[in-house]
Every structure is written in structure tokens, then in C-alpha cells.
Design a protein around this ligand. Structure first.
Ligand code: FAD
Length: 185
């Protein structure tokens, strides 16, 4: 079982957490439910007619908990690469993760502290691949952090899902999909 730290509890971080927790790994999401989603009312999230950002977050947090993830309300103060691990520090504790997903939102001080910078010459995107993978081994950036000028909940959730499947594929050493079928009566 791998340990995955997800920093940020908006749609990006929670979506990554859902997929990875469903696969049975040790997932900790950091965030105190202070996302800007609480200012949003979604009429553009495919498959949901209309929902307040607050109701969306409440449902998403519960779904992630039901899948087996832990949500810590502590703020992450530092992330550091230490040998093969990635240390994630809060004011009260330091944990070591195998993979880190950064979904910090508009500001990204932790990503910046690792040398991950917005590339202003390229539509202000952070240099990540299509799965949110950065140049730093086992560190991903998803959601609004990765493309600040394209901030939509469904994009963040999609980014989180893509990062999660990439992490699961790395762990398994083969491509992983998370597919379910309807129960047979
Ligand atoms: C007024 C308004 C209306 C909007 N309306 C819509 C809309 O109608 N439809 C739509 O699709 N989108 C809308 N959006 C945009 C939508 O809210 C964002 O696209 C979405 O929240 C981005 O999700 P995210 O997960 O990338 O980041 P965020 O939602 O910003 O989540 C980041 C989270 O990480 C946490 N965090 C950051 N650093 C740390 C740390 N060090 N430790 C612990 N936690 C940390 C933050 O507290 C936050 O909870 C709206 C936004 C605003 C402001």
C-alpha cells in the first residue's frame, strides 16, 4: 500500500483522493474546507443540473471519506523531497508520502517552494504533463494551480482524476482504469 498526500480539498484534490482511496491506498487529504467553491453555484458541471458549491463540496468530502481516505483539517506548511520519500509537514506533525498531489488553488506556495513556477510566457500555465505530473518525480499539480486562467470545477476534478490514474499506474507498473459496471439483477 502506498501513502499519498493530497494538499488541497477543492474539486481537484478531492477527485484525486477518490480514485486513489478506492484502489485501497493510504490517502490523506489536507484542507479545512476553505475552497472558493463556497462562492460558486454550478450550472456547468456535466451530469448535475445545478448545485451550490457548498453542497457539491459537502457531498464530495463525504464520498472521499466513504472511499476510505482521511481528511485532515491541518494546513500543510512545507513539502520537501527527502531521499525516496516526500515529507509533508503541518504545524503538529510530519508525514512521509510516496506521492504528493498539490491542488492548492489560485496561489501555490508549496509548489513554488519546490521550484515549480507558473510559466507566464505560455498562457500562465504550470509546466505539467496531461496527467499533472511535474518535473519532480512523484509530485503532481492539479486544478486551478496548474492553469490559473482556466478555473472551472469540472476541469479541476478531471485533472485530479488524471493524476490519480497516473499514480495508480505507476504503483501497479501497468495502465490502470477505474471502471465499474451496473449490478446485475
Ligand atoms: C465567485 C466564484 C464563482 C465560481 N463559479 C463557478 C461556476 O459556476 N462553475 C465552475 O465550474 N467554477 C466556478 N468557480 C471556480 C471554481 O470554484 C474553481 O474552479 C474550483 O474551486 C477550483 O478547484 P481546485 O480544486 O483547483 O482549487 P480550490 O477549489 O481553490 O481548492 C484549493 C483548496 O486547497 C486548500 N489549500 C491550499 N493550500 C493548502 C495547504 N497548504 N494546506 C491545506 N489546504 C490547502 C484551500 O484552502 C482550498 O480549499 C467559481 C469561483 C468563484 C470564486
Amino acid at each position: 500500500m502506498a501513502a499519498i498526500a493530497i494538499i488541497g480539498d477543492g474539486p481537484g484534490g478531492l477527485s484525486a483522493a477518490l480514485f486513489i482511496a478506492r484502489a485501497g491506498h493510504d490517502v490523506t487529504v489536507y484542507g479545512a474546507d476553505e475552497t472558493v467553491m463556497h462562492y460558486a453555484f454550478l450550472n456547468n458541471y456535466l451530469g448535475i443540473d445545478a448545485i451550490s458549491g457548498t453542497d457539491f463540496q459537502s457531498s464530495a468530502r463525504q464520498q472521499v471519506l466513504n472511499a476510505g481516505a482521511t481528511i485532515s483539517e491541518e494546513r500543510v506548511t512545507a513539502v520537501a523531497i527527502v531521499g525516496e520519500g516526500i515529507e509533508v509537514a503541518t504545524e503538529s506533525d510530519t508525514a512521509t508520502a510516496d506521492f504528493v498531489v498539490l491542488g492548492e488553488g489560485k496561489q501555490m506556495p508549496l509548489a513554488n517552494s519546490l521550484g515549480i513556477q507558473t510559466n507566464e510566457g505560455d498562457d500562465e500555465v504550470v509546466p505539467v504533463d496531461r496527467n499533472g505530473k511535474t518535473a519532480i518525480e512523484r509530485v503532481y499539480v492539479v486544478g486551478r494551480s496548474a492553469r490559473p486562467t482556466r478555473s472551472q470545477a469540472i476541469i479541476s476534478a478531471g485533472d485530479g482524476a488524471a493524476a490519480a490514474l497516473d499514480i495508480l499506474s505507476q504503483i501497479e507498473g501497468k495502465d490502470v482504469q477505474d471502471w465499474d459496471s451496473p449490478p446485475k439483477d
